[in-house]
Design a binder for this molecule. Structure first.
Ligand code: 5SP
Ligand code: FE2
Length: 224
């Protein structure tokens, strides 16, 4: 079952509550946290996640593009995130951190920048509920999808299957009506979409349409 997670990064930050409610029906709301150190951009932090939690019933998928996630990620679970994604490149102790997030009752996920291979993390996969393969260089919305990431998505799906895991495989960056089918064919099942959703006249309809496209692709391919 394909999941569509609109990225609040492409929303109007002065109207975040309304923008969160505009995509009710989405599986998760994707919240991009950037600290201007791990990536060259600054967005929002724990207090905004606490407020978003109260503003919508859609569960929050927090993507932490920050240094020292070992210290900060637990605070995002406390703030109400249902899923917390830390970057492999930033975590000092990814297994301990994933266990901590799960022990607090949230889903634990790990993200890989485009140049980070999945293979060194093969043995960690059972500790995770989701792996995020970035399909742009993290930091900004509205960038062009990196086709060169498709083989990594395929290899990740094969590893998940080889280990018999139930974990989700998320893609994030440049996902749109033009690119989602390639991602679904390669084996992704959770799709973050920022500009493709919030740039549409009807964001909720854009979510439904992307989900239908991904599901149709998944049902006619045997990738997973
Ligand atoms: O994490 C990020 C960017 O670093 C993403 O979540 C973007 O916000 C996705 O935006 P689009 O590429 O879909 O416009
Ligand atoms: Fe993101």
């Amino acid at each position: 079952m394909a999941q569509i997670n609109p990225s609040i990064l492409s929303a109007d930050f002065a109207r975040l509550a309304d923008e969160a409610r505009a995509v009710e029906g989405a599986d998760w709301l994707h919240v991009d946290v950037m600290d201007n150190h791990f990536v060259p951009n600054l967005t929002l932090g724990v207090p905004v996640v606490e407020s978003l939690r109260k503003a919508t019933d859609t569960p929050l998928d927090c993507h932490l593009m920050i240094e020292d996630p070992d210290r900060w990620a637990p605070q995002y679970v406390e703030a109400g995130a249902g899923s917390v994604t830390f970057h492999a490149e930033a975590a000092a102790a990814p297994v301990r951190l994933a266990r901590q997030i799960r022990a607090q009752g949230a889903r634990a996920a790990m993200a890989l920048r485009p140049a980070t291979p999945v293979e060194p993390y093969e043995d960690l996969l059972p500790e995770l509920d989701m792996l995020l393969v970035m399909t742009v260089e993290p930091g900004f919305g509205g960038q062009a999808f990196l086709d060169v990431m498709l083989p990594k998505i395929r290899r990740t799906r094969r590893l998940i299957e080889r280990h018999g895991l139930q974990m989700w495989l998320q893609v994030d960056g440049g996902v749109s009506a033009e690119t989602i089918e390639r991602c679904a064919e390669a084996g992704a099942d959770v799709f973050v979409a920022g500009s493709a959703v919030y740039g549409a006249d009807d964001p909720a309809a854009a979510v439904r349409s992307l989900r239908a496209q991904a599901e149709e692709t998944a049902s006619r391919t045997c990738a997973h």
